[in-house]
Write a protein that binds this ligand. Structure first.
Ligand code: DP6
Length: 320
């Protein structure tokens, strides 16, 4: 039996070993695996109800492009599960959208979870992860909280690998640019894959980073996770910077914060940075270091604001 409304909340995530490049554009298959941290406080909440007319309707601050992307995703999953019902979608993020803060991850995960609940599809977590991946590769990871691995295959899906209770970590998001980015991650990764001379090296060296990060997580080896994550992040940005035309997401404050975090780590503060397809820097640290890092960030010119959250982000779903 189906419900009359379903509401899902899913969290954004940040990859420490990144997904950058597609094995199939058509099925949105990532070319590599990835490892991410769910961000407890950065969430999308989405409610689905039946629409009265013959097309999907939205109640959201999302722009036209994002609405169209959500509507095409709904068409795809309706076709897959032989559902014709059009929907009214109410959705909101509690963090800035389109600036490199992974709104597509939490957005498509919340939409998939709400769709499953509204139509009582009773899909497994693996099937939900695969569904979310069709909307956005990183969304496959946001159907879980904690530390999550995406396993590439011909129908790639994510699995949880550690909980926040097993390894409590804080994440400080340093917002250095509030304007929307010039190019979204989907287009940027396609451009990178077809033009950067470094893209093949990115692919061939990726498995080593996956092994190293997963071992560091299993052993709670912060230093090793820090080195592997920064290396993987910088390699991804190297492929972007060397694409034609180049894609340079960094702002001066982005680089300043990278130096600051590395200096802090050299002097014993357990912290490292990662940067996705945007200018924002995400600083991962042990909770004991959070206050020190916040203090240090105050000196950075060009820093717009700071969001402090922690590893977590388990999704929730309610129906009525
Ligand atoms: C840099 O998941 O946004 O954040 O599948 O085309 O929607 P699409 O891409 P998306 O790309 C994420 C890129 C990244 C790295 C990562 O999250 O693994």
């Amino acid at each position: 039996m189906s419900n009359s409304t379903a509401t899902a909340s899913a969290a954004a995530n940040i990859a420490l070993v990144k997904y950058w490049g597609k094995a199939s554009i058509e099925n949105n298959q990532p070319a590599t695996g990835s490892v991410s941290l769910g961000l407890e406080g950065l969430r999308t909440t989405t409610t689905l109800e039946y629409a009265t007319g013959d097309h999907d309707t939205f109640d959201t601050e999302l722009d036209d492009k994002a609405r169209k992307r959500a509507a095409s995703f709904l068409d795809l999953v309706r076709q897959k599960y032989r559902i014709t019902q059009r929907l009214h979608i109410t959705t909101a993020n509690n963090f800035p959208t389109g600036t490199g803060l992974a709104s597509s991850a939490s957005g498509f995960a919340a939409l998939s979870l709400a769709f499953n609940a509204l139509f009582s599809l009773n899909l497994s977590k693996t099937a939900l992860s695969q569904m979310a991946r069709l909307g956005s590769g990183s969304a496959a990871r946001s159907v879980y909280g904690g530390i999550v691995e995406l396993i590439p295959s011909d129908d790639a899906y994510a699995i949880p690998i550690a909980t926040a209770e097993e390894w409590p970590l804080d994440v400080i998001v340093a917002v250095t640019e509030e304007r929307p980015k010039a190019i979204g991650s989907t287009d940027a990764m396609i451009q990178t894959a077809s033009t950067s001379p470094f893209y093949q090296s990115w692919l061939s060296s990726h498995a080593d980073d996956m092994t190293s990060a997963k071992q560091a997580i299993a052993e709670k080896d912060f230093r090793r996770l820090a080195d592997t994550s920064e290396h993987n992040c910088l390699k991804m940005h190297a492929t972007m910077i060397t694409s034609e035309p180049p894609i340079i997401y960094w702002q001066p404050a982005t680089v300043e914060i990278m130096h600051e975090v590395r200096a802090l780590r050299s002097s014993g503060t357990p912290a490292f940075f990662t940067i996705d397809a945007g200018a924002q820097v995400k600083i991962v640290c042990l909770p004991s270091a959070t206050d020190t890092i916040r203090q240090q960030l105050k000196a950075i010119t060009g820093l717009k604001r700071v969001i402090v959250t922690r590893l977590g982000g388990s999704p929730s779903v309610t129906t009525s």
